[in-house]
Design a protein around this ligand. Structure first.
Ligand SMILES: *Cc1c(COP(=O)(O)O)cnc(C)c1O
Length: 376
């Protein structure tokens, strides 16, 4: 059976975890957390990056830092993971869903302005499959309307838009290091802050509302409760696992790109024959091969394709059920404008296995089976 995902493993993880254990320093903000933060700052160019317990938690922190309150509205795509909405709904805000573009499955930047009301406070672009949203347009709207931009870059580490790292373009950005992502720590994430204005408060919120970070830097002589907060810092053992992968980030990225490019090249004739649709990478976007998806004609054909692949020992999986049609989405959100593509395109899409370690032979076997399904 070819799994859909296998968590990344480079070989140094256990050695680094052992180092934490032997040094008897396994709580948060230890040596490896600092190394990861520094690596991410260097790679993305943001003022500050803080490792968190998940991307969901990084987004919750961003919602707190942006001071999202009861009755506020936050614009986002409906085609996304629940956490994009959850973080804001938890603060009492309404999720305002906007349609996606069929070519990238990202929020349609041309439909954002029509969804803005006097209650709108933030825009949350989600970089689906690690392919950048049209950030110039989004940043321009946000600037003109005085809105905060929080990038859900859960899938976007190592990707760029016009030379800028995804997650580092908006006011804040959120990465995920869940085991399904390109680099992992089991469960984990990071909050990226472009400017330094949020940093002090972010450190406090992440440390249960205390100024413990300042204390450790020797800036205050005791630490105390100074604001609301929670416990958003991961164990250094998880950071140790992640650091082993960040050290080999390029190698992992290259291996993923090779698989992605093989899928694309070999399945292109099927697209040219009008049988399937392949992902589009807009000009100016460099992606991280987070995902390779194909779109079948419709829901029925996709169901048959997934079954056919499964019968041939290949696990391919569909993705999000649009949030606006879920029970919580109906309760906490509203879809603004027409759902031209969100539902239709989500029903056609299936993701093919792609992970660090997938062999060329497996890659070609999967391609062969997709071709066989389409009698091509
Ligand atoms: C994975 C993912 C998340 C959640 O990440 P966690 O680290 O599991 O909290 C949020 N948004 C998107 C788009 C994701 O792909």
């Amino acid at each position: 059976m070819i799994n859909f995902n296998v968590p990344p493993y480079t070989g140094h993880e256990l050695e680094y975890i052992k180092e934490c254990v032997e040094a008897q320093k396994i709580c948060g903000d230890g040596k490896f957390t600092k190394k990861c933060n520094a690596w991410l700052e260097e790679k993305t160019g943001v003022s500050k990056c803080l490792l968190t317990t998940s991307c969901t938690h990084a987004t919750e922190m961003a919602a707190l830092l942006a001071d999202i309150k009861e009755g506020d509205e936050v614009i986002m795509p409906s085609y996304t993971f629940v956490s994009t909405a959850d973080a804001f709904v938890l603060r009492g805000a309404k999720a305002v869903f906007v349609d996606i573009r069929p070519d990238t499955m990202n929020i349609d930047e041309r439909k954002i302005e029509a969804a803005i009301t006097s209650k709108t406070r933030a825009i949350v672009p989600v970089h689906y499959a690690g392919v950048g949203c049209e950030m110039d347009t989004i940043m321009d709207i946000a600037e003109r309307k005085g809105l905060v931009v929080i990038e859900d870059a859960a899938q976007g580490i190592m990707s760029t838009y016009k030379g800028k790292a995804l997650g580092a373009i908006g006011d804040m950005g959120c990465f995920s290091f869940h085991e399904t992502k390109n680099y992992s720590m089991g469960e984990g994430g990071a909050l990226l802050m472009r400017d330094s204005k949020y940093v002090e408060e972010a450190e406090i919120i992440r440390e249960k509302g205390t100024d413990r970070s300042r204390f450790f830097r020797g800036q205050v002589d005791k630490y105390t409760w100074v604001n609301y907060g929670s416990s958003y810092l991961p164990s250094d053992m998880n950071a140790a696992y992640l650091y082993a992968q960040l050290e080999m980030a390029d190698e992992i990225n290259d291996a993923r790109k090779k698989i992605w490019n093989t899928y694309y090249r070999e399945l292109k004739p099927l697209e040219e024959a009008g049988l399937i649709t392949l992902p589009t990478i807009p000009e100016g976007c460099v992606h991280n091969a987070h995902m390779f998806y194909i779109k079948a004609k419709d829901f029925e054909e996709r169901t048959k394709l997934i079954s056919f692949l499964k019968a041939n020992d290949i696990l391919s999986v569909f993705h999000y059920i649009p949030l606006h049609s879920s029970p919580a989405g109906i309760k906490f959100g509203r879809f603004e404008g027409e759902d031209e593509y969100t539902t239709r395109e989500s029903e056609r899409l299936t993701r093919l296995p792609l992970y660090y370690g997938l062999t060329e032979e497996q890659n070609m076997y999967i391609i062969g089976k997709v071709k066989e399904f389409y009698k091509c």
